[in-house]
Design a protein around this ligand. Structure first.
Ligand SMILES: Cc1cc2nc3c(=O)[nH]c(=O)nc-3n(C[C@H](O)[C@H](O)[C@H](O)COP(=O)(O)O)c2cc1C
Length: 343
């Protein structure tokens, strides 16, 4: 079997597992530790609440991101079309899944080409940072960006997944100077994200000093790639082994609190276990600029456009009601003073 078709097959397997199995960590992202302070007299007209924002100069109807997920396989192509159409309809941001399959086999690039459905959205390209140790350089990265006319690039860090994946790329040594060089070599802003284990403030600071434009913490509390990889194992011992890492990582709320404490100043995206508009509000109050969700959106997209539309509307309504009941007319009114962090 060709290496490329192996990647495409793996992507399809990941997708099926995420859609069908219970692959969320049993440790929470931490949002139950945050209370939004209620204001019984908000002095606001509910109908005038404004949840629009701009991200790196581009307008968004809401501070929402469909996190990086798919592409590179037939089912991924179909779901990308549904996700992209709804992202365009609601004018929210979107990330595509790792484009490595299409870098290695140009014929798969069609599975990522969603600009025909979503010409105006803020769109992130995506590749694994570790590929910089496996022959990728500015040319491959630029191809991924150009393939989808991306506004920004996500390089993902996924050492746990690579270590648990039978075919994983585990040489993570000396990546930082390569990321630093890349940030100088390409014009598109480079963001770093995890995939569900979180990025601590020290690393966030190091990455920003290296020239990275922003951070998506992608913390613990939602999709666990250890649990996804466990489902791919046929051997029971190997399955149990992978499962034992199912709660590995830094919960999303702890990542955001850590950034606040250490004064991390850059565009921050909160993701990992966000499941409602209340979680979006709490993330913004903790300092995030955008809130990303992956698993809820892919499950809804798999159920069809209507289901995805309803989910996005529900999240926006929950955000509006949270803002109304905490006396926030605009997103700029949401601040740390609007919440209580319980010990
Ligand atoms: C089906 C699926 C595929 C994913 N593929 C990628 C990927 O290719 N690149 C990436 O950076 N993250 C990928 N992720 C991780 C998400 O972008 C996100 O960081 C993580 O799932 C946590 O968010 P959640 O708890 O809302 O799912 C994927 C997640 C899912 C559910």
């Amino acid at each position: 079997m060709k290496k490329v078709s192996k990647i495409s097959k793996r992507k399809e397997e990941h997708l099926e597992i995420c859609l069908e199995k219970d692959i969320e960590s049993s440790i929470s992202a931490g949002f139950e530790r945050i209370d939004i302070i209620h204001q019984a007299l908000p002095d606001i007209d509910f109908t005038k609440i404004d949840i629009s924002t701009s991200f790196l100069g581009k307008y968004l109807n809401a501070p929402l991101l469909i996190s990086s997920m798919t592409g590179g396989s037939p089912k991924g192509e179909k779901l990308n079309a549904i996700l992209a159409e709804m992202a365009e309809h609601h004018q929210i941001g979107m990330g595509l899944g790792s484009q490595r399959a299409a870098i290695e086999d140009e014929s798969l690039s069609a599975t990522f080409k969603i600009r025909k459905y979503a010409p105006n959205i803020f769109l992130f390209a995506n590749l694994g940072a570790v590929q910089l140790n496996y022959g990728y350089g500015p040319n491959e990265i630029q191809r991924a960006i150009d393939m989808i006319e991306a506004d920004a690039l996500f390089l993902h860090l996924n050492p746990l997944q690579e270590a648990l994946q039978p075919e994983g790329n585990t040489n993570f040594s000396s990546l930082l100077p390569k990321i630093e060089a890349l940030c100088k070599q390409i014009e598109t802003p480079v963001f770093i994200k995890e995939v569900g284990c979180g990025i601590n403030a020290n690393l966030a600071k190091t990455l920003i000093d290296a020239g990275v434009a922003g951070i998506d913490c992608a913390g613990l509390g939602g999709t666990s790639w250890a649990l996804v990889e466990a489902e791919r194992q046929t051997d029971e011992d190997l399955k149990d082994f992978a499962k034992s890492f199912g709660n590995w990582g830094i919960p999303t709320v702890d990542c955001l609190l850590d950034y606040r404490k250490n004064k991390i100043e850059c565009p921050i995206i909160a993701s990992g276990g966000l499941r409602s508009g209340l979680d979006v509000f709490k993330s913004l109050a903790l300092g995030a600029n955008l809130a990303g969700m992956a698993l809820p959106f892919i499950k809804a997209a798999n159920a069809g456009s209507d289901a995805l539309h309803q989910l996005i509307e529900r999240i926006m309504l929950e955000l509006n009601i949270s803002m109304f009941n905490s006396a926030c007319q605009n997103l700029s009114d949401i601040s740390f003073s609007k919440i209580v962090v319980k010990e």
